[in-house]
Design a binder for this molecule. Structure first.
Ligand SMILES: Cc1cc2nc3c(=O)[nH]c(=O)nc-3n(C[C@H](O)[C@H](O)[C@H](O)COP(=O)(O)OP(=O)(O)OC[C@H]3O[C@@H](n4cnc5c(N)ncnc54)[C@H](O)[C@@H]3O)c2cc1C
Ligand SMILES: NC(=O)c1ccc[n+]([C@@H]2O[C@H](COP(=O)([O-])OP(=O)(O)OC[C@H]3O[C@@H](n4cnc5c(N)ncnc54)[C@H](O)[C@@H]3O)[C@@H](O)[C@H]2O)c1
Length: 469
């Protein structure tokens, strides 16, 4: 029986474990905090649960236009204690569900901090030590295959170290007793944009410190512009091209000092300036596992590291930091290690979503990567012309579809809309399976529905192709 040792119980680790036991391996997962990982306990699940409450509040506030009346509509608020309790309860319950599922499938789970401990390089099997809370070796294991799935932690900006009270990392916010009076969010990547949008929806004045010309530098520029516009129209402030140098506690709150001399004051600062991979103390160098300059473990498309028998998956590899990608990398590692037929990961088919208001969902080829004269046709349909959107008073957003001019094959898309995370699937399916704009055009969409704009975009693309032929 192949012995598999998995370090880290997040999506990369636990999904890998499920595949490996299914294939008859002897599987052990070592996790220092809780099964489900940061994804379930502190990052993805809690933030989306908070955004669900904040979004509900905005829906109530915005409902007057739909004819709802009530004296409290405009002043509806969140009960922070109840919201936080719900968030933490949901995270713990989900962690317990996954823990129970792993155990019921026969996966052994060890609580502790693990590290590689191969004494010489080139051995067929690898050794792993488990440390207890005092750092003493509590257990030693041997694995024919080891998967490193240790995730990433928030990056700390020197001079702006979180104190858990006023200067916060995104993992601290669920312990606040009161809503911030004025939140300064430092960093406008996906994490910063989501929290800035969420807190604003929850009724908190927010200033977003964005080191770039536009928030969400990695996203479609049109989509980022819509989110930025909506954020500002709802009263959010953006300190453009502002790079925080340090954050100082003041008598009443915080002072965020920018490198260009500007100062942003608020009651709390939320630091969202990226992540660092969890590789410290894993003994990677001694074992011959290569890392990049940024510290991510180098892997190929079937999750192999530079050492035979040692695989890595998830945020620790820096490949698209998404729970879905982490899980797929973990599964691919196990299929490969256990001799199953496996296709290398295809990053061009990864669907991703930014949970702002409105949401931004993307898949496949994006405009920024297109070279001039590329064999690609783009269509963009504004949400405002969609009948269902009008019924719900949804004005901000669009659907964008990219297809190869020569073959009509759909190669990418963007959806900016409330619930874009649900609407992207038909486009993701088209990109994954090589479907054409014609295939989308001939698919029945519900009338009226937002997804009707996706089939409409398919029809428009067919029209464009005809004009060119
Ligand atoms: C605020 C926020 C919101 C996000 N929202 C989304 C989202 O909506 N959708 C999405 O797809 N992605 C989202 N992500 C990204 C997603 O959370 C990560 O991509 C995902 O957690 C990666 O999974 P992982 O298994 O690699 O790592 P993790 O989930 O970080 O799990 C790694 C685990 O390994 C453990 N560990 C580390 N070192 C050791 C060790 N030496 N020994 C034992 N255990 C160890 C850690 O305690 C941790 O539990 C979000 C990220 C952030 C920061
Ligand atoms: N919905 C989702 O799927 C989701 C949600 C959150 C995070 N994530 C993933 O987690 C990963 C980490 O996201 P993130 O947003 O935390 O990191 P990030 O690295 O994507 O963004 C951090 C931003 O902070 C800026 N920054 C850095 N130093 C700064 C400073 N001193 N002052 C001002 N700005 C500064 C950077 O320029 C960058 O734009 C990403 O890969 C992201 O995709 C995914």
């Amino acid at each position: 029986m192949t012995r598999i040792v998995i370090i880290g119980g997040g999506p990369a680790g636990y999904e890998a474990a499920l595949v490996a036991v299914q294939l008859g391996a002897d599987v052990t997962v070592i996790e220092r905090d809780g099964i489900g990982g940061a994804s379930v306990l502190t990052d993805c699940v809690p933030s989306k649960t908070f955004i669900a409450s904040a979004g509900a509040m905005t829906s109530v506030r915005d409902s007057a236009v739909l004819g709802l009346r009530g004296t409290d509509l405009a002043t509806v608020g969140l009960d922070l204690a109840a919201v936080n309790q719900r968030i933490k309860g949901l995270a713990v319950a989900q962690s317990a569900d996954i823990h129970a599922r792993l155990e019921s499938e026969g996966v052994a789970i060890i609580a502790g901090h693990a590290r590689l401990s191969d004494e010489v390089r080139g051995l067929a099997a690898h050794r792993v030590e488990v440390l207890d809370a005092d750092g003493a070796v509590a257990q030693e294991l041997e694995g024919d295959v080891v998967l490193i799935a240790t995730g990433a932690d928030p990056r700390v900006l020197p001079g702006a170290e979180p104190d858990g009270e006023r200067i916060l990392s995104w993992r601290d916010v669920y312990d606040l007793d009161e809503m911030p009076e004025h939140l300064v969010v430092v960093g406008s990547g996906v994490t910063g944009a989501e929290f800035a949008s969420g807190y604003l929806e929850a009724g908190v004045p927010v200033t977003l410190v964005s080191s770039r010309d536009q928030v969400l530098p990695g996203e479609d520029a049109d989509a980022a512009a819509v989110v930025e516009e909506v954020f500002q129209s709802r009263g959010g402030r953006i300190a453009e091209r502002g790079r925080a140098e340090k954050v100082i506690r003041t008598e009443k709150g915080v002072r965020v000092e920018l490198t260009d001399g500007r100062v942003v004051e608020g009651s709390h600062a939320l630091m969202t300036v990226g992540t660092v991979p969890n590789t410290d103390g894993l003994n990677l160098e001694a074992c011959g596992v290569d890392v990049t300059k940024a510290g991510h473990i180098v892997v190929d498309r079937v999750s192999r590291t530079t050492v035979p028998g040692i695989y890595a998956a998830g945020d620790v590899t820096g490949v698209f930091q998404l729970a879905s990608v982490a899980a797929m990398q973990g599964r691919i590692a196990m299929w490969h290690a256990l001799g199953e037929a496996v296709a290398p990961i295809r990053l061009k088919t990864v669907a991703a979503n930014v949970f702002t208001h409105p949401e931004i969902a993307t898949v496949g080829v994006q405009e920024e990567s297109l070279t001039e004269g590329a064999d690609v046709e783009v269509i963009r349909l504004p949400l405002a012309t969609n009948a269902r959107a009008k019924m719900g008073d949804l004005r901000d957003g669009f659907i964008k579809l990219y297809a190869r001019r020569s073959t009509d094959v759909v190669i990418g898309g963007v959806v900016v809309a409330p619930g874009a995370s649900e609407l992207i699937l038909p486009i993701a399916l088209a990109v994954t399976k090589g479907l054409t704009a014609g295939d989308l055009a001939q698919t029945f969409a519900i009338y009226p529905s937002l997804s009707g704009s996706i089939t409409e975009a398919g029809r428009r693309l067919m029209g464009i192709e005809d004009e060119h032929s």
